[in-house]
Design a protein around this ligand. Structure first.
Ligand code: HSE
Length: 431
């Protein structure tokens, strides 16, 4: 006699109740993904959007959100006992910082894409989270949809990371790409704003601050370091189409690079436009795509790349973090040691210098005298023949001390024959 036994396996899917604060580009992307991808998400976690907050109720109407879950007061979400996770997507320092701290104290896990708040208040936020036994998930804060936070914190946590090079800002990479094709800086920036890549204040993008905030987060995690000093930050506002052209003639591409190094316990951090060899993998990273190359003692080099800005790539990673918040057991503990940051004057680099000089005898001699007096050796020089009174002179230096270069540039800027501020681009001969 046979007994037919059927075993039904019931998969227990975790239900997670979330509150979303901020319905801008990324916030509305999260709502869209929760609606459109519900089938594939529900195989993992059932996400209930229990509350949504924004000061503009039109945004909620446009997304057809149930009026009952909408509020203009973030405290409604923090006081809602059912909500386990708060997603902060308003960006900027305040009130984002206050909201995050209040939500942590109300024992909510936090998901955020806010690099500004993490770069400035990250250590306080992590400490508060640890005290209250909640998690902070922020994969979307650096590199858009590139899984760089998990990669550094989880996959390679056993190794000592020594170097990080990153194209960490989608807007500026988009602008530099378009400018290399002939578009003006202004038109390219406008397009990047229309495409939803830029910050509410695009000054954060073009002046390099956004990339430096991301570098500060990455360096803290990779080097286990408390980074409280200002990072040397230069943006792309002084780069012209001519610089991109001259760089190309000399075999280089200009990218806004964020660079972090740790050598003998000392950390070097900087963000600036950088000339990199045309055959380096970074040279082919275009549009809003970001890329990160880092190396560790045991792992060697790791390269990651993907869309670094934009509504759906970023929102997608936030939804993954919600699923993660539902399945995570335990709290991530983070320890940061006081870091010694190298004095920027002491770093060494090769430089591209573009002078706008009056076209008359002895100009080149005056410039090269100042460079020589400051121990700066010239590797190449190029004067472009243009039918104008003011002509571009491009000089590439050998490796020199930053402080010597700064002094020489200041002296050259004071020469009567120099008519515009000298453009400086550092060169990294990456292989
Ligand atoms: N404004 C940012 C960028 C958005 O352009 O990279 C993603 O952090």
């Amino acid at each position: 006699m046979f007994i037919n036994i059927r075993v039904t396996i019931i998969l227990m899917v975790k239900i997670i109740n979330v509150g979303l604060i901020g319905l801008g580009t990324i916030g509305s992307g999260v709502v869209e993904i929760l609606k459109n991808n519900s089938h594939s998400i529900e195989k993992r976690t059932k996400i209930n959007l229990k509350g949504v907050c924004d000061l503009n109720e039109q945004l909620a109407k446009r997304l057809n959100l149930d009026e009952k879950i909408f509020t203009k007061d973030y405290k409604d979400l923090i006081n809602n006992k059912d909500i386990e996770v708060i997603i902060e997507l308003i960006g900027g320092y305040e009130p984002a910082h206050t909201i995050i701290i209040e939500a942590i104290r109300a024992k909510k896990h936090i998901i955020t894409a806010n690099k500004a708040v993490l770069a400035k208040y990250g250590y306080e936020i992590f400490e508060e989270a640890q005290k209250n036994n909640v998690n902070i998930l922020f994969e979307a804060a650096v590199g858009g949809c590139i899984p760089i936070i998990k990669t550094i914190e989880e996959t390679y946590s056993s190794d000592n990371i020594e170097k990080i090079y990153g194209i960490l800002n989608g807007t500026t990479n988009y602008i530099l790409t378009r400018m290399s094709e002939g578009m003006s800086y202004e038109d390219a920036l406008k397009k990047a704003q229309e495409l939803g890549f830029a910050e509410a204040d695009p000054g954060f993008d073009v002046e390099g601050k956004d990339a430096s905030q991301k570098l500060s987060i990455l360096a803290s995690l990779a080097f286990d370091a408390k980074i409280e000093q200002e990072i040397l930050t230069e943006g792309i506002t002084k780069i012209t189409k001519k610089d991109i052209e001259y760089a190309k003639e000399m075999g280089y591409v200009i990218k806004l690079l964020a660079i972090g190094k740790k050598q003998n316990g000392i950390i070097e951090l900087r963000t600036h436009p950088t000339m990199i060899p045309q055959n380096h993998i970074f040279a082919s990273i275009n549009d809003e795509v970001n890329a990160i190359l880092f190396s560790g003692k045991n792992i060697g080099e790791i390269f990651l790349s993907g869309k670094g800005a934009g509504k759906l790539p970023t929102a997608s990673v936030i939804v993954t973090d919600i699923i993660g918040a539902g399945s995570r057991t335990g709290i991530t503990e983070r320890h940061f040691e006081k870091a010694e940051i190298v004095d920027m004057g002491k770093i060494k680099s090769r430089y591209y210098l573009r002078f706008s000089a009056v076209d008359k005898p002895s100009v080149l001699a005056q410039i090269s005298k100042i460079l020589g007096d400051n121990s700066i050796s010239i590797a190449a020089a190029l004067q472009k023949e243009v039918n104008k009174d003011v002509v571009p002179i491009v000089i590439i230096t050998h490796e020199v001390l930053e402080e010597n270069l700064a002094k020489a540039v200041k002296e050259c800027n004071n020469l009567d024959v120099i008519k515009e501020e000298i453009v400086i681009i550092r060169i990294e001969d990456l292989r």
